[in-house]
Design a protein around this ligand. Structure first.
Ligand code: ZN
Length: 182
């Protein structure tokens, strides 16, 4: 490299440095949009949506919080049952008593928090299907997550009903007000 070439190179480097220095500061790249809801969680909530819509507004966000927190613990939950009319409650009360099938409830129509839109039953989604694993530790974890969300857990009932969660707002519920007609 000749002296001239070296000088020219040094000069161009200097110009480059000056240009670089005089450049306005790089704008901060925009933060990518964050929905805050991973697609899998979104799918779980969508699957539960029709059921959630049958519930009173007081309990809905608590069930959503339960689904979200369980998802973050690696448990995929879906709502399988929510509001139930008194007639439907009476029908399932008879199941295992006067009609075929296992006993699924201890209470008649009007006595269940489901009849007030204040209870939901959940299942663990596995292979795309609702399942009720025979795993008491898993259900205890789910129960604890639900209670942290502000719900009462059926696993604490004298006859444990582990998939069941309910919420008791003031002034409404079995023995307090008549169930909604539906
Ligand atoms: Zn239930």
């Amino acid at each position: 490299m000749t002296k001239i070439q070296t000088a020219a190179l040094a000069a161009s480097a200097l110009v480059g440095l000056v240009l670089l220095r005089s450049r306005p500061p790089e704008p901060t790249p925009p933060t990518p949009p964050q929905s805050g809801t991973p697609p899998e969680l979104d799918a779980l909530q969508r699957r539960s949506l029709a059921m959630l819509e049958t519930l009173r507004s007081e309990i809905r966000p608590l069930i959503v919080a339960l689904i979200r927190a369980a998802y973050e613990s690696g448990i995929s939950l879906v709502v399988t049952d929510a509001f139930r009319s008194s007639a439907e409650q009476d029908r399932i009360y008879e199941q295992g008593r006067t009609t075929p099938g296992p006993i699924v409830t201890e209470v008649r129509g009007g006595s269940s928090w489901h009849n007030y839109g204040l209870a939901a039953d959940l299942a663990v989604l596995a292979g795309g299907q609702p399942t009720w694993p025979n795993d008491l530790d898993l259900w205890a974890r789910i129960g604890a997550i639900g209670k942290r969300a502000g719900l009462r857990w059926g696993g604490d009932f004298p006859t444990p009903d582990r998939p069941h969660f309910e919420f008791h707002p003031p002034g409404i519920g079995p023995g307090i007000s008549p169930p909604p007609i539906a």
